[in-house]
Design a protein around this ligand. Structure first.
Ligand code: FMN
Length: 207
């Protein structure tokens, strides 16, 4: 039995394509794996706060030295880290905004990348990810076409960034489904949806 953390980050509700396909995946996964459990967090419509000065002070203070103010400043981050570590698989619905992830998702990443919790500083001064043996499926939605070899491909800062930051935490098994070219007219969109439905079905069978 596995435990999945499903996160959506689009500020849009029913109009969101990243949500539509992350939900499609989760529904199909639950049918195929009824014994698995899923936690859901919507950081697109219930945003998590940006880190602030007391958060930063708390993140670099040992818990036994917390003042009440520092304990409060880091409380949500602790909840998010606990929730993150409790899962062994992740499904993220992520729009592309300005060639990268939306700030909703970046704010979440800033809350869960924590020294001593999700990564460590080694004696040699290097870094070591503390989140091992886990898998991520990212479903992105994009107006343009960033497929390999396309003119816009070099502007895709979304997939490389997500691979880098979750790799930093120790997660290297990351699958992407890009629902893209959504702004190129009805025909292109229908083609993209057909590819995405197929990719979701394939991921359910092989993930
Ligand atoms: C603020 C903003 C920035 C965007 N930037 C890009 C972009 O850089 N490249 C792109 O292909 N599409 C871009 N789009 C289009 C979205 O990626 C597209 O609408 C996608 O479907 C959004 O995800 P959602 O449907 O889950 O809300 C942008 C949309 C918004 C609202």
């Amino acid at each position: 039995m596995g435990h999945i953390l499903h996160i959506d980050s689009s500020p849009r509700g029913e109009r969101s394509f990243s949500r539509k396909f992350s939900r499609e995946f989760i529904t199909a996964w639950k049918n195929a794996h009824p014994e698995d459990t899923v936690s859901y967090r919507d950081i697109g419509q219930n945003t998590v706060p940006h880190v602030d000065e007391s958060w930063i002070a708390a993140a670099f203070t040992p818990p036994d030295a917390y003042t009440p103010e520092l304990a409060k400043a880091i409380e949500l981050s602790n909840t998010l880290v606990d929730e993150f570590l409790a899962a062994d698989r992740y499904v993220f619905g992520v729009p592309m905004y300005n060639f990268n992830i939306p700030s909703t998702f970046k704010a979440y990443i800033d809350q869960i990348v924590r020294v001593g919790r999700t990564f460590a500083v080694t004696e040699q001064g290097g870094f070591k990810g503390l989140v091992e043996g886990k898998k991520i499926l990212v479903i992105t939605a994009r107006g343009g076409d960033f497929s390999p070899g396309s003119p816009a491909a070099p502007y895709d800062y979304q997939e490389p960034y997500l691979r880098a930051i979750f790799g930093f935490l120790g997660i290297t098994d990351i699958t992407f489904i890009h629902v893209e070219n959504l702004g190129a007219g009805d025909e292109a969109r229908e083609q993209s949806f057909a590819k995405a439905h197929q990719a979701v079905a394939q991921a359910v069978a092989s993930w």
